[in-house]
Design a protein around this ligand. Structure first.
Ligand SMILES: Cc1ncc(COP(=O)(O)O)c(C=O)c1O
Length: 377
């Protein structure tokens, strides 16, 4: 079965009692039991919810995993998978990644005895040199938020396997429609489902998928024992969103490609970061591991004053945090999503005061291009 068919049908079979073609919303906290010790298989909704189960089955199928576990946000999902580790373990992380993941690692997880090294994952040799006797996990994001750098998934997977490390990939920017890290050798995929998987800027959620039985068993235990599950309505909305993921991602990608090509030629733009441009340093790897390049573009405007000017002139790109919805958004990473990364580290990565990040929506591209053009003029 091909991708769009899986997205619409797996976990989304017609309901048995009435034939409803949409998975019902089980908005309940508990289930009536038949007698003591005898129940339907559903006891309490933190542990079991049929709508959540349908969404988890659906996402696992899209990622090519054996199981998936949903959480109340992307960060709750990342926090849960970190609980696979124990005090004293070391994790190698991408130095360029979502600021909230860095904050979780540095401000919370270090207090529980985990240690982290941050490396430039564009070169796998940097990961290899960071391996220590207590390293247990390599955590990557590709394309990264916000610099759009690309990590070679197959090369990292080979290194991780050779050294007995768990390999985790944050696949939020690409979605399983454009990139399936488990097929390249990763053990775990995590998403902020708030973004493209939700796709309509109307929910906050997260999900983790794996193709390993032992990890699935542990994640299932953590999900229930620590309890950061999503509400059933959000999982119902996510099932709705899966049905259009393929068509939305095609449109996000083609809109972004045209806008990136325009920005790449514009005399007032210092740099355009989009892996679909042949000039992007990760373009060849991205072409190999992604089927298209997604809807996110970062552009360097040269100064804070210019970033303020351009973002306030944009009319269709709304200034807001988040990304991946049908409507176009623009964000200023330094003051919004990446404020928790130290200034010196941020600037070394290129996350400067003049950098803005475009989340290209699925509006008519002619209108988006006109908007960008007038804002830059
Ligand atoms: C790449 C990436 N991972 C994780 C997260 C965290 O997800 P959430 O905001 O759903 O907790 C975000 C949020 O922006 C993100 O962009």
């Amino acid at each position: 079965m091909k991708f769009a068919t899986k997205a619409i049908h797996i976990g989304q079979e017609p309901e048995k009692l009435t034939g409803a073609v949409t998975v019902p919303l089980f908005q309940t906290s508990t289930y009536a039991q038949i007698e003591i010790g005898k129940h339907t298989g559903f006891e309490y909704a933190r542990t079991q919810n049929p709508t959540r189960f349908a969404w988890e089955e659906n996402l696992a199928a899209m990622e090519g995993g054996i199981d998936a576990f949903a959480f109340g946000s992307g960060l709750a999902a990342i926090d849960a998978l970190m609980r696979l580790l124990s005090s004293g373990d070391h994790v190698i992380m991408a130095e360029d990644m979502y600021g909230g993941t860095y904050r979780l690692a540095e401000r919370i997880l270090t207090r529980f005895g985990l240690t982290f090294s941050y490396v430039d994952m564009r070169d796998v040799a940097n990961i290899e040199s960071a391996i220590m006797p207590n390293t247990r996990m390599v955590y990557t994001e590709t394309p990264t938020n916000p610099m759009m750098t690309i990590t070679d998934l197959a090369a990292v997977a080979r290194l991780a396997k050779a050294n007995g490390l768990l390999m985790v990939v944050d696949n939020t920017f690409a979605t399983p429609y454009l990139q399936r890290p488990l097929e390249h050798g990763a053990d775990i995929v995590v998403h902020s489902a708030t973004k493209y998987l939700g796709g309509h800027s109307d929910l906050v959620s997260g999900i983790v998928a794996t193709n390993r039985e032992d990890i699935a068993e542990q994640l299932g235990f953590i999900q229930n024992a620590a309890g950061a599950v999503p509400g059933p309505f959000d999982t119902w909305l996510l099932l709705r969103s899966s049905k259009t993921l393929a068509v939305r991602m095609d449109r996000h990608s083609s809109n972004a490609m045209q806008i990136a090509e325009f920005c790449g030629q514009h005399p007032k733009i210092v740099a355009t970061h989009y892996p679909g441009l042949p000039s992007h340093p990760g373009h060849d790897i991205a072409k190999r591991q992604m089927s298209a390049f997604g809807g996110m573009i970062s552009i360097e405007l040269g100064s804070l004053a210019r970033a303020v000017e351009v973002t306030s002139k944009l009319k269709l790109f709304t200034l807001a945090e988040s990304l991946g919805g049908v409507e176009s958004l623009v964000c200023h990473p330094v003051s919004m999503t990446h404020g928790s990364i130290p200034k010196e580290q941020r600037e070394r990565l290129g996350v400067t005061d003049g950098l803005i990040r475009l989340s290209c929506g699925i509006e008519d591209v002619e209108d988006l291009m006109l908007d960008v053009e007038q804002a830059l003029a």
